[in-house]
Design a protein around this ligand. Structure first.
Ligand code: GDP
Ligand code: MG
Length: 163
């Protein structure tokens, strides 16, 4: 069985876009509106020859984005139990939000290795967001653009030691 890598983050940071980029197909619905990912989606992913099963999550999307409702949190907790690593995605253009910080706090209590992903980092607009996420104490972020493909291969260096 391939290692499983779960994609986690608040709504609209680009989790489904990254998932589609990793599996090379549009299996997940991408939308400007939060809440389009209703269930978990899995797909065969490859990064620079490293193969794994990617899992896109609805996570916290179905509820008030400023809270962590137990029901949705429980769903992600179940998903993370079977995962070999988590990609924690933040939006480098929007910068960190209280919900990012809350998810980060929760992830630090989990035993799964976490790779921090600063998405939407194409161009200069993401630079300060990339720097900000060093404050999450989750290690060095991988800055990339799921939409344009830049930096996605850098996930190899972050993932291969942990999966
Ligand atoms: P999710 O809710 O976390 O699954 O986010 P989606 O994948 O549905 O994407 C939310 C929005 O962000 C969509 O409008 C995407 O086109 C946009 N988006 C995703 N990745 C990038 C990126 O790398 N750069 C930019 N500028 N926009 C992106
Ligand atoms: Mg989604």
């Amino acid at each position: 069985m391939k290692p499983q890598v779960i994609i986690i983050g608040r709504p609209n940071v680009g989790k489904s876009t990254l998932f589609n980029r990793l599996v090379g197909k549009k299996l997940a619905l991408v939308d400007d509106q939060p809440g389009v990912t209703r269930d978990r989606r899995m797909g065969d992913a490859v990064v620079a020859g490293l193969e794994f099963t990617a899992v896109d999550t609805a996570g916290w999307e179905d509820e008030d984005p400023d809270t962590l409702p137990g029901r949705m949190r429980a769903q992600t907790e179940v998903s993370i139990e079977g995962a070999d690593a988590a990609l924690f995605v933040i939006d480098a253009r929007a910068g960190l939000t209280p919900l990012d910080e809350e998810i980060a706090r929760w992830l630090r209590t989990q035993s799964v290795p976490v790779v921090l992903v600063a998405n939407k980092a194409e161009g200069a607009a993401g630079e300060s967001g990339v720097l900000e996420c060093y404050n999450l104490s989750l290690g060095e972020p991988v800055a990339l653009s799921a939409e344009h493909g830049e930096g996605v291969a850098d996930l190899f260096g972050a993932l291969w030691p942990v999966i």
